[in-house]
Design a protein around this ligand. Structure first.
Ligand code: AP5
Length: 210
């Protein structure tokens, strides 16, 4: 299955992508994570992307589309993939349709007020990519990753003013592509719940994967 996860920043795309990755045994691909890796490695792409991410703006399509194309051409995607954070505007959705065929698009619906609460408590592992929340999904040991034991950190773009801009960018550029997929009969909506496990149940139910 080729699946897209849509939703505002902090909706839980990465959290649910990890569950679906294990259940479906297909890779989950986060363009945000690929870009952050490029920044950490100091590549040319990372240097070009850094300023956009720090401000909460979208990285130019040409950079992200090439990155995505390269990633989905790898052999581990032969049985399908989960896209987390791509496409993010109509131009990217149209480009994606020229590269592959998408089966389902799941939009995680969460209010702006809940997003702000969630992102202020998020802690991430830069080593294995796991994501935690100080209240909703705490790591067993404070600021230490349960999976790999590396130190957890706060994402640079989770500062409140950057989060507010990411929400604006989502509503103006990404949310309209729900209609693009609805018109093609591919859109499924799941309402984010207070608890991660309850959202997972809802996601699996909506996708017919229970
Ligand atoms: P990206 O890394 O994709 O960030 P994002 O879309 O803003 O989403 P997040 O990773 O912040 O959140 P998420 O929905 O995965 O939530 P999570 O599971 O972590 O992109 C970053 C930047 O890269 C962009 O701003 C842009 O600049 C650039 N970029 C990326 N892709 C691009 C593209 N295609 N084109 C152009 N630019 C691009 O959950 C959040 C928190 O909530 C966690 O702490 C989690 O534990 C908690 N949580 C999750 N679910 C629940 C629940 N049900 N109840 C309570 N807490 C929950």
């Amino acid at each position: 299955m080729n699946l897209i996860l849509l939703g505002p920043p902090g909706a839980g795309k990465g959290t649910q992508a990890e569950v679906l990755r294990q259940k479906l045994n297909i890779p989950s691909i986060s363009t945000g994570m690929l870009l952050r890796n490029a920044i950490e490695q100091g590549t040319q792409l990372g240097k070009e992307a850094e300023g956009y991410i720090a401000k909460g703006n979208l990285v130019p399509d040409t950079l992200v589309v090439d990155l995505l194309k390269e990633r989905i051409s790898q052999s581990d995607t032969k049985n399908g993939f989960i896209l987390d954070g791509f496409p993010r505007n109509r131009a990217q959705a149209e480009q994606l349709d020229t590269i592959c065929s998408i089966d389902k698009v799941l939009s995680l619906e969460v209010s702006d007020a809940d997003i702000i609460k969630r992102l202020s408590g998020r802690r991430v592992c830069n080593s294995c990519g796991a994501s935690y929340h100080t209240v909703y999904k705490p790591s067993k040991k404070e600021m230490v990753c349960d999976n790999c034991g590396a130190a957890l950190s706060i994402r640079e773009d989770d500062k409140e003013e950057t989060v507010l801009n990411r929400l604006n960018v989502y509503h103006s550029q990404t949310e309209p592509i729900k209609e693009y997929y609805q018109l093609r009969g591919k859109l499924y909506l799941a309402y984010g719940q207070e608890e991660v496990a309850d959202t997972t149940k809802e996601v699996l139910r909506v996708l017919g994967l229970e």
